[in-house]
Design a protein around this ligand. Structure first.
Ligand SMILES: [Zn+2]
Length: 90
């Protein structure tokens, strides 16, 4: 039995197998609907806009308009009146 000799080939470039490129997974940032309170009926209504939860604090929203499904009026709202819907609640 002859001991197998492992040649030291440190001078040769080593080929590191490159893993196949996976399709870039889209980061699933949580998105929530922006809600406001109808001033007429006090119902929470969706503004039709959505926002990333993570960047909500940094967003500036002002003078937005929404047709209210609750009282059938158009409301103007800004960020101070709005909040993100909590989708955890079922
Ligand atoms: Zn309304």
């Amino acid at each position: 039995m002859s001991a197998r000799r492992i040649a030291a080939t440190s001078s040769e470039p080593s080929f590191v197998p490159v893993p196949p490129a996976l399709p870039n997974p889209v980061p699933t940032a949580p998105i929530a609907r922006i809600m406001i309170l109808c001033p007429a009926t006090n119902d929470p209504i969706p503004t039709g806009l959505e926002a990333e939860v993570a960047s909500w604090q940094d967003r500036s929203l002002s003078y937005n308009r929404v047709f209210c499904p609750s009282c059938k009026e158009t409301h103007y709202w800004n960020k101070g009146q709005a909040w993100l819907e909590n989708r955890q609640a079922s």
